[in-house]
Design a protein around this ligand. Structure first.
Ligand code: GSH
Length: 475
């Protein structure tokens, strides 16, 4: 590591100045989230706002790996699309998981219903994010996962890049850092462009884009950034509804149009619905089914959602599976290069090894949103418990090789306080994909999200409270 990037040599007074400027900048530029300790902050915009947790300075990252990750975005976009078209592959791969995991089972039921009614999705919109870690020992960029639903922080992530560039413009010469090495981050504007293009493909000028949201959301400003830009740049209106509200106010017209609260919906953009907690009653499941049956463009459709499950990720790593979905040999090689070791729990050799050396594995259920994975000795215990039970319960999980990224010292900002910690980082690359019948309208990489967390914490995730937002300093 370079000494200045290590921040070992920065004097306290300088850090305090940067901290102060960073906090002012965040307040002025909407790098904010709702304060969980203020009850009304989830209901009334502008009440109980606090800066989003962020790293004070951008994280050094090799340019070659950054380019590699960017190049993968359109390939993963297409892979998700191709996998989503293979209903049998989705249903077969998830058939054991279905028995062990009630949530995945409900999603599969909706998928089956759509197959029964021969539901066609001509217009397909994917707003994805592929997450990677750089393995220190092998220097390989390894994929953690592709998110196909509710990818967080396209709105705030680009603010952090702007913040870091602004800080380096002022303090860069004292730090030995050049703001030009923080790559431009157009995540918000490009996601918005994709939503607007999808809206226009739907071709009903009176219809709106509906954001499906959680009732107690605190990351709403990230979402508001997108709706504000949709309106300002593209003159497209948005609506925010919870699943329960959609159940209460939604209806399908005979021609398949989804109407919610009297408004025709062109695009359904899910920022909820990825976790079982979002479906406390049958009402929410009815809403999900209603939307799926409609002609509105779903971002994601049920098949895109399923294509993003851990189980499918693990199936794709098996020999000769990628070849079913990707034609281009070079693309296959690029994908394989970033695949980490992934195994199903019916692989007895791997399970045996994971019981002996649990630190080298992560056990993952079919869950999104962070905070669900099993690490360390808990892996051993969980595997032994599943073995003893001898049931189908093991099909709810997959095993993944644990990746060990480089540890660096970082200043982390939370609640106006600056902490210094040993950290590791995860790079997410956003991707947008839009297709109408055979015509691919968009297939792009759309900016990035760097997240940094204490290396002592197993879990990641900013929304789940483990990590902070960060940006890149290309080295
Ligand atoms: N409901 C929140 C939102 O819409 O922002 C959270 C959604 C969420 O947890 N999304 C996951 C994610 O991108 C993917 S399913 N998490 C990134 C993080 O929290 O760091």
């Amino acid at each position: 590591t370079r000494p200045l990037l290590d921040f070992g040599g920065i004097d306290q007074e300088l850090v305090e100045k940067i901290v102060y400027d960073a906090l002012v900048w965040s307040s002025l530029h909407g790098l904010v989230v709702g304060d969980k300790s203020v009850q009304r902050s989830g209901k009334v915009p502008g009440v109980g706002m606090v800066h989003a947790p962020f790293a004070l300075l951008p994280m050094p990252f090799p340019e070659s790996h950054w380019k590699q990750a960017c190049e993968l975005a359109p390939i993963f976009n297409e892979l998700v699309d191709r996998v989503s078209l293979d209903a049998k592959f989705l249903q077969d791969s998830l058939s054991r998981t279905k028995k062990a995991d009630a949530f995945t089972s409900r999603l599969l039921d909706i998928h089956s219903k759509m197959l029964e009614i021969n539901k066609n999705e001509d217009i397909r919109l994917g707003l994805h994010r592929s997450d990677y870690m750089l393995d220190e020992q092998t220097k390989l960029l390894l994929q953690i996962e592709t998110n196909t639903i509710s990818c967080s922080f396209p709105g705030l992530g680009c603010r952090v890049s702007d913040l870091h560039r602004s800080l380096l413009n002022h303090y860069g010469e004292f730090l030995g850092l050049d703001s030009k090495r923080v790559p431009n981050n157009p995540a918000a504007s490009q996601f918005v462009e994709a939503l607007a293009k999808a809206w226009s493909e739907y071709n009903n000028p009176r219809a709106v884009v509906m954001f499906v949201v959680q009732a107690d959301e605190r990351n709403m400003y990230d979402q508001h950034w997108l709706s504000a830009l949709l309106k300002e740049i593209h003159n497209v209106s948005t609506l925010r509804k919870t699943l329960a509200e959609i159940d209460a106010e939604g209806e399908l017209l005979p021609d398949g149009t989804l109407v919610v609260g009297g408004q025709a919906i062109a695009v359904v953009y899910f920022r909820a619905g990825y976790t079982p907690n979002d479906y406390p009653s049958e009402s929410e499941w009815r809403a999900r089914l209603l939307m799926e049956q409609s002609s509105a463009i779903k971002c994601p459709s049920i098949s895109y959602h399923l294509a993003g499950t851990k189980k499918i990720q693990q199936e794709l790593v098996k020999p000769n599976v990628l070849e079913r979905f990707v034609d281009n040999k070079e693309d296959i090689a690029k994908l394989r290069k970033c695949f980490a070791g992934l195994w199903s729990l019916d692989d007895s050799d791997i399970v045996k090894d994971a019981i002996e050396r649990p630190g080298l594995y992560v056990m993952k259920p079919q869950r999104e949103g962070g905070g669900n994975n099993i690490y360390g000795n808990d892996v051993r215990e969980a595997l032994m418990r599943l073995q003893k039970e001898g049931s189908e319960a093991d099909a709810a999980y997959i095993l993944m090789q644990r990746i060990f990224p480089t540890v660096s010292h970082t200043f982390l900002m939370r609640n106006g306080i600056c902490y210094k910690d040993d950290t590791v980082s995860e790079l997410g690359i956003y991707g947008a994909y839009l297709r109408n019948k055979e015509k691919v309208i968009l297939n792009d990489q759309c900016g990035y999200l760097m997240r940094t967390k204490a290396s002592s914490s197993d879990e990641g995730g900013v929304a789940a409270g483990f990590a902070v937002l960060d940006s890149l300093y290309l080295t």
